[in-house]
Structure formats: structure tokens, C-alpha cells
Design a protein around this ligand. Structure first.
Ligand code: G6P
Length: 475
């Protein structure tokens, strides 16, 4: 049975989270993370449905409209949140796909839950999609959905986009269920990745784990009459215009000036904005800042570092540990280098709305993105979009997808603390002329490659590829 929507997005999270307020009432809050940042503006323009989890355990609410998007909630039980979301998605796949920065845990119970929950997402998406609709499945939490969906609805055009890295086979091979994951993804017509290297890793995994003929991003499935799956890169982006315009409003500009005043008008404001995640390299950047203050390469009285660390996956063990580590380092830096009049590190364990983020970007002389591994890192693109004044310097880790596009940023290896320190000093001392030249080039790149272009390019490639496979199987 078919539904009404010609485009259905399936993602672990809806664009909004259901939260219970102190007085017991429920409210909706914007979900965290880059996936929602990118997809929300795309779906606001489309007449499609978004299938996803509402962010807390329990029965799902009825479908509803939020921020101009039709939302179709999926329910997860308390156990499923533990086993599918915190467990297999974020205790197994997340660290495995991010270069095993921490050790992944492999538990058969978690895997069984992942299979069960993926089936629920596939069934719900199948109900929503109209005849021959396009279904676009998102990210590592739902890698089995494409195949499950194809079995339920062979008429659909199925795309998958992986927002995080796809690891080299030597790492992926650890996964006891590697062949099942490949089978799941190959249910799609088009599998999209952030970087060309991710697409190449996936193609190689198809050869090595499954012995499939796979070359130049085309994987042939002889068992399915030679059906071909395409794998390619589609670097994701942001709504450049919306953020650039927001940052030019009087309210945001005034707030940016107020932030600098409240920080005590230091000569330099450095900024980090991340989910509190071990992939983001927050301790590395704090360590570099701490040493710069200790060496007096930067005077404590002239610089302030603002670190926004948005709470994330707070019950997963490695995140609990990271929070403790970061708070110890921040405490140590402030104990040593702050005075009554001036604080060295402003650590904010909160999430903020778009206006406040835009004001923070505008207030910052140097933006520090020091991820150890990151699929793209949209914060880097947001900083650039907010800097309509063509000021500010972006220090960017080589290990982000964004580094492939941002040759004009100051690229760093965050493991190299001396190199990182030198780069931060270079950023702080850069002439306005050079900073302006670099920022203009970065802005041009994001303006020309915004999220609308990303979505259109992906969906066109999907239609072209899926269109050629014909629909004989439907009748
Ligand atoms: C990253 C992932 C998204 C995820 C987001 C927030 O951006 O690629 O799939 O939604 O982080 O993480 P959370 O676990 O809170 O959904």
C-alpha cells in the first residue's frame, strides 16, 4: 500500500526533539547536529515527509507539522534507545567509522536491536511513500533500511547519504556484521558520501567483504539481474544565504558587540563550537591554548577562548569520560591563568539558538575546528557564512571533509600540538588584508555550493540512475 508523499526523508532524528519541561508539559526543541542543520532548509522547500525518532523513549506522537516540515514519528522503547541508539549506533558504528579514536564495542544484542529498529523505519517509510516516490535514507543509524525498503517497495527510487566518514576496509573489516551492512546499503540505487575517499572506501569494501565487481563507483549485483548501484561523493553544505542574512541583522550585530564587551573587550576572541564528542578534538585545542598562555606567546589578559560544547549522547560511557576530561582541563587553565577581572576559558555546556550562534561567530577573531575525524564539519561552513564582514580566520583540521574544499583556511593536524600552536599564533597575527582575501574565497565556495545545490545534485543523480533501471518489477 502506497502513501501520499513523492519525497520521503528517513533519518534517525526528526528536526525537532520532544522535551518535557519542568512543569510537566511537553515542548519541541530543535535537534542537535549537522544532519538537521543541512536537511531542514531543504525539506522546508519540498512537499515531502520526514520519518524519524522524536528524541525520547516511549510511544510515538501522531504525525505533526513543525517548522514547515511534515514529521512522522517513530517510537523507540527505553531498551531500544540503549541498544540501537546508544549501543550499536553510537557505541559500535560511530567510533568504528571515526578511525577507532575510541574502541568500538561489539555486542550481538545491540546488533539485533539495530536490525529490528531499522525494519520499523523501513516499514514506516514504505507507508508514507507514494507510488514510484523517492525515499532518501540518511546516515549510519539506518544502513539496513535501503535493502528492507526495496523488498517492501520495489517501485521506489532509493537514495542513501552517509553524513559521517566511511572507514578504510582494514578498519571496517572488524565489524562482525560487515557483509550485512554492505547488503543493506546496496538496496539503494545511489549511495552518497561526503568525500571521494569515503566513496572509494565503500566501493573497496564491496569488493573485499562481498567479492562484488565494483569499479569507478559502480557496483554490479549479478544476483539481481545485473542491477547497478552507484557510489559517489556529494559534499554537504548549509543554507548560506539564510545565515549570512541573519548575521547582518542589527540584533545579531549588536549581540556580537555585547558578547565582546561581556568578555572584557579582549584583543583576541577565539571560539570553538562543537557537540561534546571525542571526535572533535576539544582537549587538543584546549591544550594548545593552555601552552600558548604558559609560554606567553599569547598574553592571558589579551585573549579569551569561548568553548561551546553542546550536550550529546550523555549516557554513553565515552561521552561521560570526555566531559570529565574537558572539565578538568578547563578548570586547570582557568585556575592558572584567569584573574578576578578576566577569565581565560569560557566553557558553556549548552545549546544555543541560531541568533546566538551567529552572534558568537561574528564576535570571534579566530574559529578553531580541530576535529580528529569529521565527515564534513558544518560549523566551519557556518562560521564562513556568518562573516559577511569578511573578517575572522578559520583554523581547520585536515581530518574534516570541509578541508577538501577549504584550501584557504589555515589547515592543521590537531595531533601536532606544536603545529597547532604555531597556526593559532599565525591566525591571531594575520593582517586584515590576508584574512579578508582568504575569507572572501571561503565565502564564495560556500555560497556557490550551498545545501540546496547539494540536495538538487544528489536527487538528480538518483533520478538519472534509478530511472535507467526501469520499473518492470512493479507490475
Ligand atoms: C551527527 C550525525 C547525525 C546526528 C548528529 C547528532 O551529525 O551525523 O546523524 O543526528 O550527529 O547526534 P545525535 O546522536 O544527538 O542524533
Amino acid at each position: 500500500m502506497a502513501g501520499d508523499y513523492d519525497l520521503v526523508v528517513v533519518a534517525n532524528r526528526l528536526p525537532v526533539d520532544r522535551v518535557t519541561e519542568a512543569d510537566g508539559t511537553t515542548a519541541w526543541r530543535r535537534s542537535p547536529g549537522g544532519l538537521v542543520t543541512a536537511l531542514e532548509p531543504v525539506m522546508q522547500r519540498e512537499d515531502g515527509a520526514w520519518v524519524g525518532w522524536a528524541g525520547s523513549p516511549g510511544d510515538p506522537p501522531e504525525p505533526f507539522d513543525a517548522e514547515g516540515v511534515r514529521c512522522v514519528p517513530i517510537g523507540l522503547s527505553e531498551t531500544e534507545v540503549e541498544e540501537y541508539y546508544e549501543g550499536f549506533s553510537n557505541g559500535t558504528l560511530w567510533p568504528l567509522y571515526h578511525d577507532v579514536i575510541v574502541a568500538p564495542d561489539y555486542h550481538r544484542r545491540w546488533w539485533e536491536s539495530y536490525v529490528r529498529v531499522n525494519r520499523r523505519f523501513a516499514e514506516r517509510a514504505a507507508e508514507q511513500a507514494a507510488e514510484r516516490a523517492t525515499v532518501w535514507v540518511q546516515d549510519y543509524q539506518l544502513q539496513l533500511v535501503p535493502q528492507m525498503l526495496r523488498e517492501l517497495r520495489p517501485d521506489l527510487h532509493i537514495g542513501f547519504f552517509n553524513h559521517i566518514p566511511f572507514p578504510p576496509f582494514e578498519i571496517f573489516a572488524q565489524l562482525p556484521w560487515r557483509a550485512a551492512i554492505i547488503d543493506g546499503l546496496l538496496g539503494a540505487d545511489l549511495v552518497g558520501f561526503q568525500r571521494a575517499a569515503d566513496a572509494a572506501n565503500f566501493t573497496r569494501a564491496c569488493r573485499r567483504a562481498k567479492g562484488l565487481p565494483a569499479r569507478s563507483g559502480r557496483i554490479r549485483l549479478d544476483a539481481e539481474g545485473g542491477r547497478e548501484v552507484r557510489a559517489a561523493s556529494f559534499p554537504i553544505s548549509i543554507d548560506f544565504r539564510a545565515l549570512s542574512d541573519l548575521a547582518q541583522t542589527e540584533g545579531v550585530k549588536a549581540r556580537a558587540a555585547e558578547i565582546r564587551r561581556d568578555l572584557g573587550d579582549p584583543q583576541f576572541v577565539l571560539l570553538g563550537i562543537d557537540r561534546l564528542d571525542y571526535t572533535k578534538g576539544i582537549p587538543h585545542r584546549l591544550k594548545a591554548f593552555e601552552e600558548l598562555l604558559a609560554d606567553e606567546k599569547v598574553q592571558a589578559s589579551e585573549a579569551a577562548l569561548v568553548q561551546v560544547a553542546t550536550p550529546s549522547r550523555e549516557r554513553v560511557e565515552q561521552y561521560v569520560q570526555l566531559r570529565q576530561d574537558v572539565e578538568v582541563i578547563v578548570g586547570r587553565i582557568n585556575g592558572t591563568h584567569s584573574t578576578i577581572a578576566h577569565r581565560a576559558v569560557h566553557y558553556l555546556h549548552h545549546s544555543y539558538d541560531k541568533e546566538e550562534m551567529a552572534a558568537l561567530f561574528l564576535a570571534a577573531d579566530v574559529m578553531l575546528v580541530t576535529a580528529l575525524r569529521d565527515g564534513m564539519n558544518l560549523v566551519a561552513k557556518e562560521y564562513v557564512a556568518a562573516r559577511h564582514d569578511e573578517r575572522g580566520v578559520l583554523v581547520l583540521s585536515e581530518f574534516t571533509g570541509a578541508a577538501d574544499e577549504f584550501g584557504q583556511a589555515l589547515l592543521v593536524n590537531p595531533h601536532d600540538i606544536d603545529g597547532l600552536k604555531e597556526t593559532v599564533v599565525r591566525a591571531l597575527r594575520m593582517s586584515p588584508r590576508e584574512a579578508g582575501r582568504r575569507m572572501r574565497a571561503l565565502r564564495r565556495r560556500v555560497q556557490e555550493h550551498d545545501v540546496q545545490r547539494w540536495a538538487t545534485t544528489f536527487l538528480q543523480a538518483l533520478e538519472e540512475h534509478a530511472g535507467t533501471r526501469g520499473i518492470e518489477s512493479v507490475d
